[in-house]
Design a binder for this molecule. Structure first.
Ligand SMILES: O=C(O)C1=C[C@@H](OP(=O)(O)O)[C@@H](O)[C@H](O)C1
Ligand SMILES: C=C(OP(=O)(O)O)C(=O)O
Length: 775
């Protein structure tokens, strides 16, 4: 809580010194209130009123309050901020006493002398008390509600950290003076709370659902079980689940009676919704409808995590990391050798598509080798939000219960696709063909990426899509449009655009044809064919006819060649290395990295080549051999598009200059990868020239770094939250003369969960560290 400023009040009067009021006093003390009073300003203090004298004495003994009384009126004089922390039904009497004790002008004007606030869990009832007591809503009255509490009660349980990082909702009315709102806000901020505003009615509806309903259910469940004959047995064997669910049934009965009385209508409305949901579940259990049960349970079991990440719009891992620990940094010690036999996680492109097509198929799709990275998990969760039952993932196994081409249901809010450009663009096509509206949102990096490349051609097909300025996310997709097939000449070689249009084409009348300026990954076409949907190709054009159906088929996801690349480069640049990467996808549209490394002189062999579920795979065996700089053939660029950050490191270790052209697409990935890599290379002291569509990198062999055998120095690199930049510079440490520290690495989990463990297993000296973040 360091860094908070104590509120600028002369005397804070807390009415009701229980857990909530006592914790407020404790938090204010911890924030340094009273600070040093200005000379001649008189005493600055916290005082309290409570009908129970022993609570007052306890509060003084604990050092929370300076003085107190059981009567309110004598305490009011001189108070500048009055906080009503009494049960909601006691509010009426307290307000009436305040109205009698305070001169009316004390609460009026732009800057009222006295501000009053409360902590009641319902707001309309407290507002009615104020109207009855004062005959109006005074300008100094700012109703509020700290969303914090505990099943404990009494001042003895006061906790100075009760409000830290908790939300406090203020519900000012039109009559409320902004200056009074600011003072109440300052008080809560000093306690470490996060202050929001909403109107009274909205507050009561929201709280009925998020707080009052769960309390009602907990009270009711415990009471029901406690009445049954075998209640002793039930409670004797009550396990963790029962205890967790019913913890709140230990809360203060009087307080909750008051809340349910005061917020009756909103609570009843939320109870109606709940009963309807319970009815659906009951019917599913009764009918033995496993799919319906799974779909409800799966959605619910991931909902908390999903909504947290959705609200904060960061990657799952980054969000977790930031809350629990701080920013993630990799520290890679210089040198090391690379040896072993490993399998990197599943292919990201294929994992996204396995869920998408599995969901739209008829029947059950079993996926093996699914990438449990955040990008593909976000896709999976988005389909759960659209009513698809999905089991897993458990160790790469996912079971998708397909709903057919027209079986998706409208999600109840925006679909969050995290960091994944692939997901947003493919979803855009798929959702353009649905009967319902959707909104696609992503994290900060994705929000900067261009979506006009899919929105424009989709509009030509008849889709209705709104984007933010400059064609950026969020994408609002209006459902119920009749799509028509088009012939589209792609201005850039993008598999995401091609796939987007093919997916929209499934829902369009007639043929959808896409011409690509250079070959791009063809996983969508292969998987559609595997699901029994005819996709044709002639030269640079592929097409399909809308209106067909998909039939579920098993999918075996190979290891991701893009993830394997970091280890291929690691072994290629490090003398003495000898590494086998098993079961790597070697689809001809993805093998640019193999071709480029071979051209540079790498000792790389493919063994055990086979086909698995429509995709070719092989084991890749790589040993160290000196690399040379090359001009990268332009036709290899789309085939190695995600591999360039790592290839730039290979270039920095090669003899001679490596030149890359025709790679302007790198500028619109998770970061501007040309610039991000150039900045990092500059830190390490690698000579290079940035071009609009590429880069020239002057490799220094192994003799020009600061240490013997090093190609460059070390330093601190900003990955800009881009997973591939972070991993590329981790690998670079193998040939650095000094440590490389890489900041902002949490997004590595989007494509390569477990990267640092695997890197250590083959000989890299990398560790993870978290930097504390101050709110
Ligand atoms: O279709 C896909 O799965 C992908 C296509 C490529 O993007 P573009 O289509 O934008 O080139 C690639 O960079 C991305 O990581 C995955
Ligand atoms: C560009 C990438 O992915 P996406 O476009 O899905 O964010 C990548 O993984 O390097």
């Amino acid at each position: 809580m360091g860094g908070t400023t104590p509120p600028n009040e002369a005397r804070i009067l807390i009415v009701g010194l229980g857990l909530i009021g006592g914790s407020l006093a404790a938090a204010l003390r911890a924030a340094g209130f009273p600070g040093t009073p200005a000379e001649g300003s008189g005493p600055v203090e916290i005082i309290a009123c409570d009908p129970d004298r022993s609570e007052i004495e306890r509060g003084i003994e604990m050092g929370l309050i300076d003085s107190g009384d059981t009567r309110l009126t004598p305490l009011v004089e001189g108070a500048t901020l009055i906080v009503l922390a009494v049960p909601v039904l006691a509010m009426r009497g307290v307000m009436a006493e305040l109205a009698a004790a305070l001169p009316p002008e004390a609460l009026e004007g732009d800057s009222p002398r006295v501000a009053i606030t409360d902590v009641g869990s319902t707001k309309a009832a407290v507002r009615d008390c104020a109207l009855a007591a004062f005959g109006r809503l005074p300008a100094g009255l700012v109703l509020g509600h700290p969303i914090a509490g505990s099943e404990k009660s009494g001042v003895a349980a006061a906790d100075p950290r009760l409000y830290v990082n908790h939300k406090v909702i203020l519900t000012p009315a039109g009559e409320t003076a902004p200056a009074a709102v600011a003072r109440v806000k300052a008080m809560w901020c000093a306690c470490g709370a996060d202050v929001l505003q909403m109107d009274v009615d909205r507050h009561d509806q929201v709280l009925a659902r998020t707080s009052h309903l769960p309390h009602l259910l907990a009270f009711s469940l415990v009471d029901t079980l406690a009445r049954q004959d075998e209640r002793l047995e039930i409670f004797r064997y009550a396990a963790g689940g029962f205890r967790d669910f019913t913890r709140i049934a230990g809360s203060d009965p009087v307080m909750w009676r008051d809340i349910f009385t005061a917020n009756r209508d909103a609570v009843l409305a939320s109870l109606d919704d709940f009963e309807a949901g319970l009815g659906r579940l009951r019917r599913a259990v009764e009918a033995g409808d496993g799919d319906a049960m799974l779909s409800i349970f799966d959605r619910a079991s991931h909902a908390r995590h999903y909504f947290d990440t959705l609200l904060n719009q960061t990657s799952y891992q980054a969000e977790y990391q930031m809350q629990e620990q701080g920013r993630l940094t990799f520290r890679a010690a210089p040198g090391g050798r690379v040896a072993g036999r490993i399998r990197v996680p599943g292919d990201k492109s294929i994992s996204h598509r396995s869920i998408m097509l599995g969901a739209l198929a008829e029947g059950i799709t079993e996926v093996k080798g699914f990438l449990e990275g955040e990008d593909s998990l976000a896709t999976l969760q988005a389909f759960r939000e659209m009513g698809v039952a999905i089991e897993g993932p458990h160790q790469g196994r996912v079971i998708v219960h397909g709903v057919g081409m027209h079986g998706l249901k409208a999600p109840s809010g925006p679909l969050y696709v995290g960091n994944a450009g692939t997901a947003m663009r493919l979803f855009a096509g798929l959702l353009a063909g649905q009967a319902f509206d959707t909104e696609l949102i992503g994290d900060a990096s994705l929000t900067k990426r261009p979506m006009g490349r899919v929105a424009d051609p989709l509009r030509l097909m008849g889709a209705k899509i709104d984007t933010a300025e400059g064609g950026r996310p969020p994408l609002k997709i209006h459902g119920g449009q009749a799509l028509k097939g088009i012939t589209y000449d792609m201005p850039m070689a993008s598999a995401q655009v091609k796939s987007c249009l093919l997916l929209a084409g499934l829902y369009a009348e007639g043929e959808t044809r896409v011409r690509e300026p250079a070959p791009t990954r063809d996983h969508t076409e292969r998987m559609l064919a595997g699901f029994g949907y005819e996709v044709q190709r002639e030269g640079d054009t592929c097409w399909l006819r809308g209106g067909g159906k998909l039939t579920a088929a098993p999918i075996d996801v190979p290891s991701d060649i893009s993830s394997a690349t970091f280890f291929l480069v690691a072994a290629a640049i490090t003398p003495g290395s000898n590494l086998v990467l098993e079961h790597v996808g070697i689809n001809p549209t993805r093998i640019g990295v193999i071709n480029i490394l071979k051209l540079m002189g790498a000792d790389l062999r493919l063994t055990n080549e086979r086909e698995v579920g429509g995709e070719p795979v092989a084991d890749l065996h790589i040993r160290y051999a000196p690399l040379k700089g090359i001009d990268i053939p332009v036709d290899q660029v789309p085939l190695a598009i995600d591999e360039f950050p790592a290839l730039f490191i290979a270039a920095a270790c090669a003899n001679g200059t490596t030149r890359l052209r025709g790679a302007e697409e790198l500028r619109v990935k998770e970061s501007d990868r040309i610039q991000a890599m150039a900045d990092g290379l500059a830190t390490l002291g690698v000579e290079h020239t940035v071009r609009e569509d590429g880069i020239d990198i002057v490799g220094s062999g192994k003799n020009s770094g600061k240490a013997k055998g090093a190609s460059y120095g070390g330093g601190r690199i900003d990955s800009l939250g881009d997973h591939r930049i972070a991993m590329a510079f981790t690998v670079a440490a193998l040939r650095a003369g000094a440590e490389i520290v890489i900041d902002d690495c949490a997004n590595v989990a989007t494509s390569f969960p477990g990267f640092t463990e695997l890197a250590r297993a083959v000989g890299l000296r990398v560790s993870e560290e978290t930097q504390e973040v101050r709110a």
